[in-house]
Design a binder for this molecule. Sequence first.
Ligand code: MG
Length: 320
Amino acid sequence: MLCWTLLPHLLVAASGPGMEAAPSPVSLHGALRVERGRIVGKFGNPVSLAGPSLFWSQWMPQFYNRDCVRWIATDWKAGVVRAAVAVEPDGYLVDPERERAKAEAVIEAAVESGLYVIVDWHDHRAHLHTEQAVGFFQAIARKYGDKPNVIYEIYNEPMRVGWPEIKAYSERVIAAIRAIDPDNIIVVGTPNWSQDVDAAAGDPLKGTNLAYALHFYAGTHKAWLRDKADRALAAGLALMVTEWGATNANGDGPIDHSSTREWLDWMRKNRMIWCNWSIADKREGSAMLRPGANPRGGWTEADLTESGRFVRGLIREWGF
Ligand code: MG
């Protein structure tokens, strides 16, 4: 005879791997779209998601696998994961098939796990590689454009290039994607390492389901960058924090807890979708794994860095 007090344990057991699945982010929210400057789900509700970004694909290829993404879904309870598809050096420009295969491994794992996946053209000079970006995104759109999971991020962090050039590049890449996939969200980079969202707000792109990237590193970027973002939001731009770090802008240094807390409050208030930099076992402050951590997940506390333990906690708290 079952005792009532045992039932919660049985319910927990019944939601374990291979048993009755908990709702996934994508099963809850479906295809995302941009409506009046906000990112909403299939019921028109604002959608806010949290998750990690993988590191540059040419330097940390080992984490671009199904088990790693599945671990991020089940143990980190993420809503989103970002594949940082390296373009240069030694990335897509020299071996497009190899880099696209990494993106596809992450996309397929995300689809299987019910995660949203940001497919990031991780380039600082994408306007010089327009035709390569078109080829890449058309291939991804052809294969996965019907999946609600996919979010295209077409220009990671423009450097030393103004909004008019970024805009011209974006128009070309967006047209190429839209010829195949009419609806999945496309995120556009903004000048100065995806900080000058106000520049884009002054002369936005035309089209549907477009959002703009806002990147910050809490140790370096403070209230002045939130002021820019507030101006862009007030102008009606949809923003997505496709990359942020709790450290300095070079990815290193200590966690800036007080600045991170201010940014998290801002992201909560504005219902951002965010990815934290990064899943890597490099020796730097923002890397979330200790050197030699298993590329296929299953990480214990001891496998995580201080940043890894902190950000995993934030992602689990955030929900989806
Ligand atoms: Mg679509």
